[in-house]
Design a protein around this ligand. Sequence first.
Ligand code: HMG
Ligand code: MG
Length: 298
Amino acid sequence: GLPSRVTIWEVGARDGLQNEQAVVPVEVKLEFLDRLAAAGLGVLEATSFVHPRWVPQLADAEDLLARLRQADGVRYPVLVPNERGLDRALAAGVRHVAIFGSATETFAKRNLNRTLDEQYAMFEPVVARARAEGLDVRAYVSMCFGDPWEGPVDPTRVAAVGKRLMDLGCSQLSLGDTIGVATPGQVEAVLGQVAAAGVGVDAVAVHFHDTYGQALSNTLAALRLGVTTVDSSAGGLGGCPYAESATGNLATEDLVWMLDGLGVETGVDLDKLADTSAWMAERLGRPSPSRVVRALRG
Ligand code: HMG
Ligand code: MG
């Protein structure tokens, strides 16, 4: 069966804009977030408190948070890799944070400048302090289905990494197909191992990139297994600057089109959302890669 309602975790302002060549002005980011809230999205990942040299596109995190008009009932989580990032997020008044680990050694090194063991040591005090401050903490795991340097990734390894991050005190585990290579059978295998490791499906989210056009099929496979939180990005913006061959995330419009058709509630107004992505595409100077945005607004 399918869930009656799905929570969309909108990552456009973070995963989307972190990968743009040009740095998007903070005014445009703020309007983007306002429009996404007005379109009915209830979780807007706003930015990352990472090293500004590593991701210059999000170097305006403090300014963005200071000027953000938070909509009622909307959550605005941010990424934090380490205690320095958490300090910055706390100073900005953030209430929800996400740590982001890797399932593979190579990507841990490239994305975090850490070994796998070192990544846990980095995250442990972040989660402990965030929880002590009453914050909610999500854990991402990247490269859950394949890694550009290491190839296929063993689902039992993904599950072990995810469990270890959850055991630090996180409330949700987002399984990332960073480079968009997964297919639905793999999704079933990874979700099976994650459940076997003791992480309940209620705590699991899926995060698909659409490089090979499989994101929607993979999402449907996950929904059939009981997942009810799906990450996506308005207009299909996105990618990771430290992952070779990563393209945009699953487009939120593509997801909403499918869920509307299936009678699964999201609370999202597709029309307003497509307008927002068309507006953003104009700001970025190129058309949205989302099939649904092109069909509705092309
Ligand atoms: P490092 O070079 O090892 O940092 O980078 P360090 O701990 O050695 O510190 C060096 C200096 O940086 C120090 O300053 C720190 O204070 C400063 P100094 O004492 O030399 O003057 N520093 C910071 N400054 C500001 N904010 C901070 C911060 N941390 C240290 N947070 C680090 C380690 C983790 C910082 C770096 O590797 C980094 O910023 N990485 C982030 C990469 C990133 O954002 N990638 C994209 C997000 S992940 C993703 O997109 C995947 C996802 O979507 C899921 C999926 O698709 O799979 C989530
Ligand atoms: Mg991503």
